[in-house]
Design a protein around this ligand. Structure first.
Ligand code: SF4
Length: 1023
């Protein structure tokens, strides 16, 4: 039996409260169905669901509203008569900014921080209900509190007559007290399951109560205590059975993503059982990450729903385009930012033509562009110039001689046109995004709107976007127009302040997806308080999230709030209030599910159920894996889950899953086959044996560089990825503080080339004289000037110091040249000898592989020295890197191998090229000359005699046969452990495919290395 006489009733949440409401509305109608009654609900969802429930019995003249919606309606006439313009949230924040600029305060420094403005607006809203004496008491609490109160008073003066939410409540209370012709429209008010009530709200309710037009149903004695002064003592329910609460099903899932999947599967089961979608809600105490996860799962399952938009306005197409365009010049015209913007939004080139972020990014990276307009110009111009030179020199086929599938095909020179197109686009965009000297809301907003529309198109162009993005576009334009109307409100912003405040305003959810009231509701836990549902699922009930950890208010901490004598409440909800909300929500439906995650993947930590969960009675279910649900025969929610369920069933029945038709239609058959083959240790197409292909056969016509063969000798799979499939990591030029190692090497090479070219055939006994050193530095200075002019030397001050050190080092190189015993008795006879290139007179080095096959090598020898009688040659290859991995090629090394197991092939090739150039020579030695600034100047190498040539020829034969036979197993090399990297393998340390390769590469190599097919390779690499 429901108590109907008392104006204030306490009932349990859920069905008992709904029955009490129905009875109370009936009492208020007093037998006249047309008598108006307004029911004030705690949320829009509660208003909608309860109205639908009660309307089933033919309820008329009864309106369901929230309190924030009721107040302006009651006060509408008074607010209009007072001509008080409403104060928007945006105006409130900018008024605070103006006050901070005008009022000397420690907080004034923070006026450019949008978060500070928002926090002050919230605090000022709390202070609105305080009397003058309460404000004075608060100000007396501390210096900081006094500052906040002073700012508040200044803010109120600045706001003047404009009306805020508090004004609406006050005006509404006055209207009710004066009985402003509202009785016919509003009628009696029934307050249903209110949450915490503020002072102004209680005033409005008191006005209704004073006219005997208020009744209330509450679910908790704390709220009853707030209302009993207005409505008299609360009556309690007399029907004990009615208060029996539904016990929720409590589910522990591995992580939030699995919670969302489980929730959607449960929803699907209820939908199949006939529960309408609009009587189901999935809610959580914290929005992140649940709103997005649940929305995505519902989408995948094809279930109609209404949820917070998965992105914020700043992340929508219009939002990110606008911020990207505005920030590009502010952040220094960075290449990575521009390319990110072009890839993430449909940015148009207003001059016509499409933008090509992928190609342009490649062009800009290759040109070494990092940022800065000047750098864009210089480096793109330089790239265009060198491209032109390359085309003229017709070197395209010979610059990096390769195997047939090696490297890029010869292309018509479209790249020069790409460079041109990119340069023009960058210039146009830089001009369009330059705000020049614009200031002020109106000027900056108009400019920003024009910029946006010109680059993303008008409304018509947005028709192909998703609904959410179209709505977001309208909201972004609306925001710009609101900002444009704010001139006169505080100091006029410069462009940086404008962008900062704009970014803050865009950092809010881009509305909702789906239509509110249609389909499953997804939202916050408090949205479901007082609702009437068939199924409610509460996610995220883990310790620390339910409720979230509270932090003290930085502006008015708890201690100072208490000092104000109770006029100000604690910030946020108390634990009791949180618990009351959760109980109310679980009682809102005949079926309730409460879930919590066992771990937080983002924080990489385990989670515990919250205390609220521990105190709940109900069935407990532990979901221990992604498969668990499906393996136990429950419903699949999404198409991919249907597929997975079929696979699980087949596996359980002992059928080979890769043979199922579903494996082919889902596109996982090849993946399953590959995984199975690798797990079995088979040596086949999935583990590096692709067999003989015509493409792999060496046509032996094109000269090749030795680097590809060296790569195969080190790890055949890296050769396959890089040379056969043509994969390569894109260079990402950093913001060069100083010269790159590659450019430093080129500079030293160029200096030595020019210096020694001028001294070809010099007297072998002549010592280097001071004039030679001076000449060396003069040559160096000339070449350094060219590098500096091309912008390759980094920041001027740093480079100045580095160049001084490098000049000193060049002198040391000349010292070493004059003192190394291996260079005694010889003098430079050739520098930069190119062989095997198209257009070069020197033919390729040819290696006879037998059976009529000949391999041609091309390359460039840095320097060849010769004895006066021409019988002895010394070949030098300059290296500016480390000598660490070259020890084994040195003639003095105990395991000397001139080709380092095939991983260093250059010296024999260069020695053979030198012998071809100087056929009278009887001996040839070849050395890598390490002339870098680190590790000392040293030579590694030795004589290239008949034994060395035989070794070289045999190794090259093994490599070529391996490639032709299609042998490409991954050989990661010995295990290594490196600080900051951890366990790795020696070959993978600097391999560009490290992130691409299987994590089981080490085990895979061990399982195939004994196969006879690769016996010769294993002997070469490890034997
Ligand atoms: S990451 Fe290691 S195993 Fe993989 S291709 Fe590179 S070197 Fe070979």
């Amino acid at each position: 039996m429901v108590e109907t006489g008392a104006r204030l009733q306490i009932t349990p949440y859920g069905a008992p409260a709904l029955r009490a409401l129905e009875a109370m509305v009936a009492v208020r109608k007093a037998g006249d169905p047309l008598r108006p009654v307004t029911v004030v609900m705690p949320s829009s969802l509660a208003a909608l669901t309860v109205r639908r429930s009660l309307a089933r019995d033919g309820l008329v003249a009864t309106e369901f509203l929230t309190l924030p919606a009721l107040a302006p309606r009651v006060a509408a006439q008074r607010l209009a008569a007072g001509a008080a313009r409403p104060l928007s949230a945006l105006e409130a924040r900018l008024t605070v900014r103006a006050v901070l600029a005008d009022t000397p305060s420690r907080l004034s420094e923070l006026r450019h921080h949008p978060e500070t403005l928002a926090a002050l607006v919230d605090t000022f809203a709390e202070l609105r209900a305080l009397t003058a004496s309460e404000l004075a008491a608060l100000a007396a609490g501390s210096h900081r509190a006094a500052e906040v109160v002073d700012l508040y008073r200044a803010y109120r003066r600045a706001v003047g007559e404009r009306a805020d939410d508090h004004d609406a409540l006050v005006a509404a209370a006055a209207a009710v007290r004066d009985d402003d012709h509202l009785r016919d429209e509003i009628g009696d008010v029934v307050l249903h399951l209110p949450r915490r009530l503020g002072r102004a709200e209680l005033d409005l309710l008191a006005a209704f109560a004073g006219r005997d037009r208020l009744a209330a149903i509450v679910g908790d004695s704390t709220i009853a205590d707030q209302l009993s002064p207005l409505l008299g003592a609360a009556a309690t329910p007399t029907d004990a059975a009615a208060s029996a609460a539904v016990e929720p099903c409590i589910i522990c899932a591995p992580d939030p993503a699995e919670e969302a999947r489980v929730a959607v599967r449960i929803v699907l089961e209820h939908l199949e059982a006939g529960v309408p979608a609009d009587r189901i809600a999935i809610v959580s105490r914290v929005a992140q990450p649940y709103s997005l996860l649940v929305h995505e799962e519902l989408d995948a399952a094809g279930i109609e729903h209404s949820a917070p938009a998965p992105v914020r306005l700043a992340q929508s197409i219009a939002g990110r385009s606008l911020l990207g365009l505005l920030r590009w010049p502010i952040n220094g015209h960075r290449r990575d930012e521009l390319m990110r913007l072009l890839r993430s939004a449909p940015i148009r080139d207003p001059a016509g033509g499409a933008t090509r972020p992928d190609r342009w990014d490649r062009v800009a990276r290759n040109a070494g562009v990092v940022g800065g307009l000047d750098q864009w110009h210089r480096r793109l111009d330089e790239a265009a110039r060198s491209r032109l030179e390359r085309v003229k020199a017709t070197l395209s086929g010979a610059a990096e001689p390769t195997l047939p599938l090696d490297g890029e095909p010869v292309e018509a020179d479209a790249r020069a046109a790409e460079i041109d197109a990119l340069r023009s686009f960058v210039d146009r965009l830089a001009a369009a995004t330059d705000p020049t000297d614009k200031r002020g809301w109106r000027s900056l907003s108009r400019w920003a709107e024009t910029l946006l529309v010109r680059h993303i198109g008008n409304e018509g162009a947005a028709l192909s976007w998703s609904d959410a993005d179209q709505r977001a576009r309208a909201a972004v334009i609306d925001l710009l127009q609101q900002l444009g109307a704010l001139d006169g409100l505080g100091p006029e912003p410069d462009v940086e302040t404008f962008i900062r405040l704009l970014a803050h305003e865009l950092d809010r959810p881009a509305g909702r997806v789906g239509r509110f009231g249609r389909g499953v509701f997804v939202g916050r836990l408090v949205d479901a308080v007082g609702a009437d549902l068939d199924l409610v699922i509460v996610l995220g009930a883990a310790e620390g999230m339910f409720p979230p950890r509270s932090r003290d208010d930085a502006l008015l901490p708890e201690r100072e709030r208490r000092a104000a004598g109770g006029a100000l409440r604690a910030r946020g909800a108390t634990y009791e209030e949180e618990e009351r909300d959760a109980r109310a929500v679980l009682a809102a439906a005949s079926n309730a599910v409460l879930t919590y995650p066992a771990s937080d993947p983002r924080g990489q930590r385990q989670l515990q159920p919250s205390a609220f969960v521990l105190h709940q009675a109900g069935e407990r279910v532990h979901v221990d894996s992604f498969e668990w649900w499906l393996a136990s025969g429950r419903a699949a929610a999404t198409p991919s889950e249907f597929d997975l369920r079929e696979l699980l069933r087949a596996r359980a029945a002992g059928h080979p899953v890769d043979a199922l038709p579903i494996a082919a239609t889902a596109g996982i058959d090849r993946g399953l086959t590959a995984a199975a083959a690798r797990a079995d240790g088979a040596f086949g197409e999935w583990s590096g044996l692709v067999g003989r292909w015509p493409h792999l056969a060496d046509d032996l016509q094109h000269p090749r560089s030795p680097t590809g063969l060296q790569q195969w000798a080190t790890c055949p799979f890296s050769y396959f990825l890089g040379r056969v499939l043509g994969l390569r990591e894109l260079e990402d030029p950093g913001d060069a503080e100083t010269i790159t190692p590659m450019d430093r090497g080129s500079l030293v090479h160029a200096v030595l080339e020019q210096f020694f070219r001028q001294r070809l055939g010099r007297d072998v006994d002549a010592e280097w004289m001071p004039a030679d050193y001076d000449e060396l530095l003069a040559v160096a200075d000339d070449i350094e000037g060219v590098f500096r002019a091309r912008g390759l030397t980094g920041r001027p001050l740093l480079w100045k110091a580095e160049w001084a050190a490098l000049r000193r080092h060049l002198r040391k190189i000349l010292d070493a040249d004059g003192s190394d015993p291996r260079l005694v008795g010889v003098a430079p006879a050739e520098v930069e000898l190119a062989f095997g290139f198209e257009g070069e007179p020197t033919p390729p080095v040819q290696i006879d592989l037998g059976e009529g096959r000949v391999l041609n090598f091309g390359g460039r020898v840095d320097r060849i020295d010769r004895s006066p009688d021409g019988k002895r040659l010394v070949v030098l290859d300059y290296k500016t890197g480390s000598a660490y991995h070259y020890a084994v090629i040195d003639a003095d090394h105990q395991d000397h191998d001139i080709v380092a197991r095939g991983q260093l092939l250059q010296l024999p090739i260069y020695a053979l090229a030198a012998r071809a150039q100087f056929p009278d020579a009887e001996t040839a030695e070849a050395y890598y000359w390490f002339i870098g600034q680190r590790g000392g100047i040293q030579m590694k190498g030795g004589p290239v005699d008949d034994d060395a040539r035989d070794r070289f020829q045999s190794v090259v034969g093994t490599i070529v046969e391996g490639i032709e036979d299609g042998l490409f197993p991954a050989r990661p090399g010995p295990d290594e452990w490196r600080p900051n990297i951890g366990p790795t393998h020696s070959n993978c340390l600097y391999c560009e495919f490290d992130g691409l390769c299987s994590s089981t590469r080490g085990e895979q190599w061990l399982s195939v290395r004994t196969r006879p097919e690769i016996g010769e390779y294993v002997e070469l690499a490890e034997g």
